[in-house]
Structure formats: C-alpha cells, structure tokens
Design a protein around this ligand. Structure first.
Ligand code: NDP
Length: 333
C-alpha cells in the first residue's frame, strides 16, 4: 500500500546553486501516471550525476528527484497491463529527467514506460545493469546487425571501468569477442581482466589530440564500444579496420571530435549512434529478455555496489570525475 510519505533525494535550486539532500515528501506530490511502483533499487549513471549539478543540461524544473532507472513492485495501477505485485523496471524515457525518478521509495509513471522484469532477472541484477547495461547490449546488438563477429578481430571498449564500459567488456567477452579495454585507472587492470579484457590500454593511447591529425592510422580494431567520444572517437575513426563498426554512446571525453570522411570512404567503417532513451518498447522488451538470458553478464556482483540515498551526494562527485568503477545501485529504503 502506498504510504502517505516517502524518503527521497531531492535536488533544489537556489539562484545559481543546485543542492541535493535526503528528505521526506508527501506521496501526493508524486507526478501523474497510471502505474505507481515501490522502488527496490535505482542506480547511478553519469547522466544522474549531471542531473544533480548546476548547468548539467539534464533538469529544467526544480525541485527534482533524479534517478533514470528504477525497479520494484507495482502497488497501484490504472492500466490493465499491470496489476498490483507485478515486478517491473523502467529505464530511459523522461524518468529522472523531466519526471521524478528512482531516488525515492516510490515512482509514478506512464504505463507506456514500464517493462515487466524478466523472470530470471532479480531486481538487484536489473539495476546492476540499468541504463548502462541496457546501452552496452544495444551497442553489441547494433554492431552485430551491421555484421560484426568475433572472428573479425579485437574490439575496443573505451571508458572501460565505467558502468557502460564494464558491462560491455563482460558481455562482449562472453560472446567470444577478443576485448581490449582502455582506461584512465592504472590500478584497475586486474578488474578489467576479470571482466574478460585480454588487452588493456591507457586512456592516452586511444586519443588523437593533434590539431591536424593524419586521416588514417594503423587499422587495429574490428569494432568498438565508445563511451568517451571527443579525442577518443577521433582515434577510433582512424584506427577501425575495414567495414568495422564503432557503436558510439557516450561523451564523457567531450562532444566534439576531429574527423574526416576518409575512413568512411577508404575503409568503409560504420559509425553507429546509440540512443537508449527512446528505444521502442518492443525492442526494449527483447533486449531485457536477452539481458536476462544469453547476454546476462556473469560478473554483475563483482562490478556492482549498493549505496543508500545518504551516499548519493558523494557518489555524484565521484561519477562526474570519472572515479566510479562499475555500477552503483541506489537503495531508497
Ligand atoms: P561512468 O561514469 O560510469 O563511466 C564513464 C567512464 O569513462 C569513467 O569511469 C572513466 O573510465 C571514463 N572517463 C571519465 N572521464 C573521462 C574523460 N574525461 N576522458 C576519457 N575517459 C573518461 O558513466 P556511464 O557508464 O554511466 O556513461 C558513460 C557515457 O555513456 C556517458 O557519457 C553517458 O552519458 C553515456 N550514456 C549514453 C547512453 C545513450 O543512450 N546514448 C546511455 C548510457 C550512458 P576509465 O577510468 O576506465 O577510463
């Protein structure tokens, strides 16, 4: 049953300042929606970090509850597709962006956003994956739709110790790919090898920063999952082998990149944009089914840690500085 109040991490604006704190709110302030869910876990993604700071470019209206992911049980439903007690999850859409998100004991959302959690996926596992894992799976599936196979050679995952990166390394390795991982964390090579990486590169090795770089460098990678963008994408465009697939999902290294048409014309490479937010529902459900079965990472425990609402402020600082390793789940109770 819906309680009258709920604990939540509320972000408020005061002039130029934006501040997050744990508070208690009346549940009658929950936004409109057909389905009310008691949240078991949410998670912390880079985008959640941006939602908690001034000029992060994510939130327009305050006060706001962040959390772009949520998993839990339905406690009220005005939509026939969902009944009280159903296990459900939500990632993407406007959750935690223009609609109050998962850093609270309850979320209320449109039924059109809600996915029934696959049977063989616990809510710990669902949120250890979260938007990050869902996006890593989208990257792999986009590459394979474009012809990628393990036999074509090594694939590079950039920003590899991050949320998307950790899951991508693990899923690709499980699928038989030879995975190289680039990281700025010199002390996390063992972690990446445990996830399945067979080669580790430093962040500087996979970056092109010259003002007038050569249009092509040695063809090295059959494909890549790029969570970094910026000068790392400039490097990938120049080093991807014939007909290779670069799945681009992130921008932690910047949103501009230096590139030319030459790799597209002389090596036939493919740059694949990945958008997990607006992924259509039927494809979304298929991906979650696969994440619960053949794409389920075998190292979710090792890459995940649970934090409380009280820990969110500190964790936001860490994720925005690229210091988080793997996935942080947020338990609102
Ligand atoms: P994380 O913070 O968990 O991971 C990012 C990782 O990138 C860091 O851990 C670090 O890994 C590396 N990194 C951080 N800063 C820099 C930098 N300045 N230059 C190079 N590398 C850096 O974030 P997420 O995994 O949640 O998200 C990764 C990116 O993907 C973000 O840009 C996010 O917005 C985007 N994203 C996009 C989605 C989509 O639908 N398109 C969905 C989900 C995420 P290391 O130390 O190992 O190098």
């Amino acid at each position: 049953m819906l309680k009258e109040t709920m604990r939540a991490y509320l972000v408020s604006q005061d002039g130029e300042e934006v501040k997050g704190e744990v508070t208690t709110l009346p549940t009658d302030q929950l936004p409109a929606g057909e389905v009310t869910i008691e949240v078991e876990y949410s998670s912390l993604n880079y985008k959640d970090g941006l939602a908690c700071i001034p000029k992060g470019g994510i939130v327009r209206t305050y006060p706001h509850i962040p959390g772009i992911d949520a998993a839990g049980r339905v406690i009220e439903s005005q939509d026939a597709s969902f009944k009280v007690g159903d296990r459900v999850l939500i990632t993407g859409y406007d959750l935690g962006v223009s609609h109050w998100g998962g850093y609270a004991e309850y979320v209320r959302v449109p039924a059109a956003w809600v996915v029934k959690t696959p049977e063989n996926l616990s809510h710990f596992e669902a949120m250890a994956l979260g938007t990050a894992g869902f996006t890593a799976a989208m990257c792999l599936l986009a590459m394979e739709r474009n012809g990628s196979t393990p036999e074509q050679g090594p694939v590079l995952v950039t920003g590899a110790t991050g949320g998307v990166g950790s899951v991508a390394v693990n899923i690709l390795a499980q699928k038989g790919y030879t995975v190289a991982a680039s990281t700025g964390k010199a002390d996390q090579h063992d972690y990446l090898r445990d996830l399945g990486a067979s080669e580790i590169l430093s962040r500087d090795d996979v970056s092109v920063t010259d003002e007038r770089p050569r249009p092509l460098l040695k063809a090295t990678w059959a494909g890549a999952v790029d969570t970094v963008g910026g000068s790392t994408l400039s490097y990938l465009l120049r080093t991807t082998n014939l007909a290779g697939n670069v799945a681009l999902c992130g921008l932690v290294g910047g949103h501009n990149f230096n590139g030319s048409v030459i790799p597209f014309l002389l090596r036939g490479i493919n740059l694949l944009g990945i958008d997990s937010v607006a992924c259509p529902m039927s494809y979304r459900q298929d991906i979650w089914q696969r994440l619960a079965t053949d794409l389920k990472p075998n190292n979710l425990d090792q890459m995940s840690q649970v934090i409380s609402l009280d820990d969110v402020t500190g964790a936001v600082g860490e994720i925005l500085q690229g210091q988080v390793k793997g996935r942080l789940l947020v338990a609102p109770k």
